[in-house]
Ligand binder design. Sequence first.
Ligand code: AOS
Ligand code: ZN
Ligand code: ZN
Length: 389
Amino acid sequence: MTELAAVKAALKTQAVETPSWAYGNSGTRFKVFAQQGVPRTPQEKLDDAAKVHEFTGVAPTVALHIPWDKVDGSDGYAELAKHAGDRGVKLGAINSNTFQDDDYRLGSICHPDAAVRRKAVDHLLECVDIMDATESRDLKLWFADGTNYPGQDDIRARQDRLAEGLAEVYERLGDGQRMLLEYKFFEPAFYTTDVPDWGTAYAHCLKLGEKAQVVVDTGHHAPGTNIEFIVATLLREGKLGGFDFNSRFYADDDLMVGAADPFQLFRIMYEVLRGGGFSSEVAFMLDQCHNIEAKIPAIIRSVMNVQEATAKALLVDREALAAAQRSGDVLAANAVLMDAYNTDVRPLLREVRGEMGLDADPVAAYARSGWAEKIVAERVGGQQAGWGA
Ligand code: AOS
Ligand code: ZN
Ligand code: ZN
């Protein structure tokens, strides 16, 4: 295979998971702007996600969020999985929610009261039951747990409670199932957060075992953090379970991936490539909210941004880079990376799409498809993504 053919082959097999909540209405704590035509049910979210896959060819799975995507009936989730399958997509990670209940004011699985911890762990166990029905591999855990004031709770005891709760859920995981532990440096807690950084997540995952992996949400770091270093380190340790991709300018902005800092996304993708992370072992998920922009085109745009960063990472001349590094040629080494980053990969991606039987321009093809007009006409009273619901 020529080098270019290998780059194209890698781009064709890429898989980006889109989040069900990105299709629904969302906003800030100031205002949720309702858009016309947004999904009213989990099934309609899947219908929209199927459109993203139809036009990009590389978004074959959809992450669910429980309870936002809760369905009734003993076969409810199996039916939901079938609904997805009928539209050419599959259900992906199950995201838990231990942050939207009055009981969780002081935390969930780190809460000082054992009864609240029980409730939180039971919810996580229910999520694993759902994974059995949907045949999902990953349980994605993000905890809003933390404290606002020094002395409010015992930092060490909260870590013990976290370890205990995670261990119970870990034991429940079946063969081929994993738990992905997400960290976030602050918010909603402002003094301590119980899983604030990759080191804490890594320490817990290491103790739990190989089914526990760290997930890197690109918006969950302090400004200036070198995320690609974290990615390289986690890959070296065999502990990178996946990404929640999005962009941040200030805090956890959940903007379109690649919008704020495409160069950072390229550097991350290069480390993924360098660490052998373009395998199914690393889940490439989006975690975004589209508050003011049209949702489906924004998600298509995000998938394309990931593709562009990936293509540039694949174009790095790794032999030339290694040679420059070995000879200590700082400028030449940097130039190799910058050459790849500065390549306009859009013609290459248009070609790849053509070879996949897709329109070269997914955003335009979606606009022409009439889907946006159809959902506006047919769907009345779209569902809020969950924030503030
Ligand atoms: C929260 O800040 C995290 O990014 C979560 O991954 C995510 O937004 C959530 O699971 C959706 O509720
Ligand atoms: Zn996230
Ligand atoms: Zn987040």
